[in-house]
Design a protein around this ligand. Structure first.
Ligand SMILES: [Zn+2]
Length: 587
């Protein structure tokens, strides 16, 4: 962790213009004062990604992302702020000498190192128990029953937690590692009487790693009938369930080599395939497939094979995953196993050759969905056909590949006996609302309720006379906590240089969501051309007054039921007082 001096950040930003940087990723076309293109941050077919070269900011009306050149690189390359500054500095030839890290940054880095050390120590300990120690015998027998060799178990970093309360606890103690930190990781639990005990007992352990192979958590399975069957590490600073694919560290080379990846559900499916020589395999391990996981796969693979259980739950999981594959634009096929089988049982009972045959017979996931839909619905009548079409339309629209979409439209029309152009028209009509709208409702920020404070910010940026008015009324009288610091920033930019450094203003906003929203607001203010700025200011002021009045009524109501003299009562009084002051100054 290092700190980058402020003036260096400014220097980089001055040289790395947003138009040039974004153009390296997207082709942009001029549209009014802005430039427009297909958003590189989410899959889309109609451009909603807007760059304002004057303000040096961007915003996507599809996925809602927005900010300056650094925010763009942060999202695009999945970097932290300092990392993105360094990357751009290199591109534009600014040399950054690094300051020593702050005490707080040092403390955080040390804490992370400790957590990593504890996890690695635990992983080695559990593996040693499974491989060599007498206490690991039940684990070895269990693996034997499931036909898993010790060699592959070692390779996949399997381990065993002995049937004791203090095995890992005393091991960590011996290594002089802080037990409180191990508790944070979910490895130990605190006794009411003081001290700690092991969370994982008498379980086979799967080491969950990051793509580089560092342990970030464990999945533990019982070896008898006790419950819960699986016990997983809780989320921690290092382990974020929705972003992890089990086995990616082992699989990534093979995935790159073959261009394909097998996605399975469970740890045992993973290890069974791995043992059978299918090395390009990763597992979701109990979570529904997420967009982050699919993006992770896309970095390595061109195509996904899903291999979920052949039951209803497996089918559901497969279809849910399909939605994400479609959106992320990665081709996916489904490998169908006989009913009642999972990849683990299938490979064990039928062998690798039979498995290869199943891969050969895999079908595109969308075909599978379509067939299943037609099986579940009577397509012999109009009602059934309409139902099927309504199910298919939104998913066809999600297809990133237009050729694929076109071919499916032809096939579906033929199959259901409807005219192709009707289906095309249906897609054309729904194109806009379905562009990701199902997953993330995004407001059309031009029309969405822009509050009076936000409107005032916009007006200040565009019309100097509004900024003067705001100064006259007192910025703190007009803006509440949410927008006040941005408004103050704007005013100081206007008064010092008459030039507003929009990226700097956005950078100061610490919440990503708020920054996105402000970028949406600022990126295009062409609709404020030719308005009467003074009148608009008055309208905002009146609206704020109404809001203040309503706020006062709400507070008075709350005050009526609050316990007089209590902390919340005093807090309410304070709020009423400040609102009253604000309001009186607005008149
Ligand atoms: Zn977007």
């Amino acid at each position: 962790m290092t700190m980058i001096p402020d003036e260096k950040v400014r220097e980089v930003r001055a040289r790395a213009t947003i138009l040039e940087v974004v153009s390296e990723y997207v082709s942009l076309k001029k549209s009014g004062t802005n430039y427009l293109g297909l958003c590189p941050l989410h899959g889309e077919k109609t451009p909603s990604f807007s760059v304002n070269p004057v303000k040096e900011i961007f915003h996507c009306f599809g996925c809602g992302a927005g900010g300056d050149v650094f925010s763009f690189i942060m999202r695009m390359e999945a970097l932290t702020f300092p990392e993105s500054v360094k990357l751009l500095a290199k591109r534009v030839g600014v040399v950054i000498e690094e300051l020593p890290p702050s005490a707080e940054a040092k403390r955080r880095a040390t804490e992370r190192e400790t957590l990593k050390e504890i996890l690695e120590t635990a992983a080695h300990y559990f593996a040693a128990v499974l491989m060599k120690q007498k206490e690991g015998e039940p684990g070895r027998l269990y693996l034997e029953r499931r036909s898993i060799g010790l060699e592959v178990a070692g390779f996949c970093r399997l381990g065993f937690a002995p049937d004791r309360w203090d095995s890992l606890t005393s091991h960590l103690e011996q290594k002089r590692l802080p037990l409180e930190a191990a508790e944070k990781l979910g490895l130990l639990r605190r006794r009411e009487s003081g001290g700690f005990y092991d969370s994982f007992r008498n379980r086979l352990l799967f080491t969950i790693t990051d793509p580089q192979g560092h342990c970030i958590g464990f999945g533990g399975r019982v070896i008898d009938d006790s419950l819960p069957k699986y016990l997983n590490s809780p989320e921690s600073d290092l382990y974020h369930k929705s972003e992890v694919l089990y086995g990616l560290d082992l699989a990534k080379h093979s995935i790159r080599e073959k261009g394909t990846v097998f996605l399975v559900e469970g740890y045992f499916d993973h290890i069974a395939l791995y043992q059978a020589g299918v090395k390009n395999v990763v597992a979701t391990c109990g979570t529904a497939v997420t967009a982050s996981q699919v993006r992770l796969l896309k970095r390595h693979a061109d195509k996904v094979f899903t291999l979920f259980d052949a039951d209803n739950a497996g089918k559901k999981a497969t279809f849910r995953a399909m939605e994400i594959f479609l959106e992320e634009g990665i081709p996916a096929r489904v490998v169908l196993l006989p009913p009642g089988e999972d990849p683990d049982s299938f490979v064990r009972t039928c062998g690798v050759a039979a498995f290869d045959e199943k891969i050969g017979n895999s079908i595109p996931l969308f075909d599978y969905f379509f067939r299943d839909l037609c099986q579940q619905t009577d397509t012999g009548n109009v009602e059934g056909k309409v139902k099927v079409l309504e199910e298919l339309a939104p998913r066809l629209l999600k297809m990133a590949n237009l050729f694929e979409q076109d071919l499916y439209v032809k096939e579906i029309s033929r199959f259901l006996g409807v005219e192709e152009k009707l289906l095309q028209a249906r897609l054309g009509r729904t194109r806009v609302p379905f562009a990701r709208a199902e997953l993330k409702p995004v407001k059309d920020s031009k029309k969405s309720a822009v509050g009076p404070e936000e409107m005032l910010l916009l007006l200040m940026g565009k019309y100097p006379e509004v900024a003067d008015k705001v100064r006259e009324f007192g910025v703190e009288n007009l803006f509440g906590e949410g927008c006040l610091s941005v408004a103050e920033d704007l005013l100081s930019h206007i008064s010092t240089s008459n030039l507003i450094d929009w990226p700097r203003i956005l950078d100061k906003v610490s919440s990503v969501g708020e920054r996105d929203r402000l970028a949406a607001l600022f990126v295009d203010d062409s609709h404020l051309e030719d308005i009467d700025a003074r009148k608009a200011f008055d309208q905002c002021r009146q609206a704020l007054e109404r809001i203040a009045l309503k706020g006062m009524k709400d507070l008075a109501r709350a005050l009526a039921v609050a316990e007089p003299g209590s902390e919340s009562y005093r807090e309410l009084l304070r709020k009423i007082e400040s609102l009253r002051n604000r309001k009186s100054r607005l008149n």
